[in-house]
Design a binder for this molecule. Sequence first.
Ligand SMILES: [Zn+2]
Length: 258
Amino acid sequence: MGSLQALIQDLVIANRILAREDVVDAYGHVSVRNPDNPHRFLIARSLAPELVGPDDIVELDLDGEPVRDDGHKLYLERFIHAAIFAARPDVMAVVHAHAEDTLPFGIAEATKLRPVIHSGSFIGANVPVWDIADKFGDTNLLVTNMDQGRDLAKCLADNNVALMRGHGFASAGRSLIEVVRMSVYLPRNARALLHAKQLGGEIKYLRQGEIDARNRGYSPYSTETWRAWEYWANKAGCSHMLTKPDAHGHDHKHDHKK
Ligand SMILES: [Zn+2]
């Protein structure tokens, strides 16, 4: 199997995991940059993530336009991905979803969404909130063109996650595994914080030093990282599609710890 085919398989697995873990439902999407051409990325055609197979993957450019016009209906909000890939050369994979537990933090200004549990550390210390109305006034809240996508990417800046007011979130990672893991733990971190708020009193967020310590211990293809990917893929019914990292041609020299 070629490395691009393996990447397409991984993208299918990512779709299925995000569906199984309730991060996406009929809506929401995940994309990965083409490692052979950084000006292009792979994403499913307009389809619920749970139903995505290898034949549903299309290639788009950094304006969100299809590289080959094969008549597929595309996601309306593909511009989220195009704009983030364009603005952030370090980002290799993007998720956009509407996960319910993240929504209160895009609406209520009193409490910021920040890491409160160890697995939530990956979302980063700062999670900005993007409000489409600030620049675009009354819209249907969807990101339907590059202008809106670029404005969102600007708000994301060099953070890992941006919340989208009244809508959902966009997350950006250095690999598919990383962005999926971040997107799975983001709503769980949000849920823990919501429950803690109900108990009352002061909230103890993760300290910056703790977030840094967690990041230092992260390696994208370590046994521990792979263990979660394998677990989630199995749970999502697609363990048969797994390719071990070494079979991807991942060079361990390229493993880096942030
Ligand atoms: Zn959306």
